[in-house]
Design a protein around this ligand. Sequence first.
Ligand SMILES: *Cc1c(COP(=O)(O)O)cnc(C)c1O
Length: 480
Amino acid sequence: MFLPEKGMSREEIQATLSGFREQDVKWRNGKLFGGAFHVSNEMEEVVSEAVRAFMWDNALDPRDIPSILEMEREVMSIAAVQAGGDADVVGSFTSGGTESVLLAVKTARDWARKHRPEVTEPELIIPLTAHACFHKAAQYFQVKLVVTPVDAETCRADVAAMEAAITPNTILLVGSAPSYAHGVIDPIEEIAALAQKHNTLCHVDGCVGGFLLPFFREAGADVPRYDFSIPGVTSMSMDFHKYAFAAKGASMVLYRNAELRLHQIFTCSGWTGYTIINPTIQSSKSGGPVAGAWAALKYMGKEGYRNVARDLYQATQQVIEDINSVDGLEVMGSPDMSLLSFTSPTLNVFMLSDALKERGWSVQPQQAKDNLPESIHLTINPPNLPRMSEFVVALREAVDEIRNEPKVSQPELIASLQAIPADAELGVDEIKGMFAMLGIEGNALPGKMAMINELINALPTPLVDKMLTFYFNELSKYER
Ligand SMILES: *Cc1c(COP(=O)(O)O)cnc(C)c1O
């Protein structure tokens, strides 16, 4: 593809873009249980208008565009209250949960450099169910990652295992409220108490739940304490682009006080251009996401969020019951919000996921790790609500379709791949060969995923990560 010699017309651009669109999942129809955080078409318009009004403004320098700072402060103050924080709690607006978590980890590292200078090789402890972005943060900021087991029944962090993993180098403990994969809240009070006892910081990953959970409690859900009202909690991440229903690119990292946040901010007057003060990772950044988040919060108000939380809570409790009533399926743990996972001791859940896909339903297959089996994940959103009973019918049909399939469909293939050592240095040709065995060539997107998921599930994590990195690198090539 080359830059066109003459520019395209506005109409041509619109038509081409809608052409691209045709291949996309139509998530507004409520048949995707994933990242489709959405309330209504009207709200979408309100938020879009706000984003559009500020998307060309650069939030880099608040002296030029103080309006963005004003919106950010209002959004921050609302977030701090949602997080049970007092007037000392401060935050920064970020592009997403990953950026919020990256910053919390970097802040903890730099806090430790100042307050625990004897630590030269800092360590971060997370439960197995913590989001992958903590692995990313550890990699990016050179903090040693220590992953501890969770309880197989409840899928919650095993606090005794976390305590056993603490060393003189531990600087940060993490719990989720709730975890993404299984939707359960870790025992945050106990984790925070451990953090206090061992003079470490404690981050609550409230990316998905931090904003809306208080409204679930109002709706009658038995939500355990998880927020700044617990003394040892020092930071929390909270995504607006999830259950506050803002447009993407909107999250916040909150700290117990401004002294902690100091360690997050990057300042540079040591070059030849404008002086830089970057509280977050981006430098030039659009004002659109802040305006969108501001508009979402103001449009919904407590009443709007309360209603959505009530409906999501009821639908989740209902679908948990429905799933558990299907022979062979069981919901994992007791989900605290509107995210859940279910597994099966007998059925091939990856084939089940494909069978649902054939019926137009998109769910997320999840891999087995340690003592947790492979599962299917649902994140429930308002567009799904009118279709929940239809989903249960499709689920029953899909289960019947795959009921007699083997739990592992190609044991010989998997065994032969499992013979490869986890630390093997695989060349390009070997990896290409492995993908060819799975029927994936070049940069085509795979269709049926069951076999690939089974393989990922069976192989050692480092090997899978290497293969997928390679695959994605191929996928994003473009034939000229
Ligand atoms: C989504 C999520 C993240 C990462 O957020 P992104 O916005 O996708 O970067 C982190 N933690 C939890 C619990 C999440 O649900």
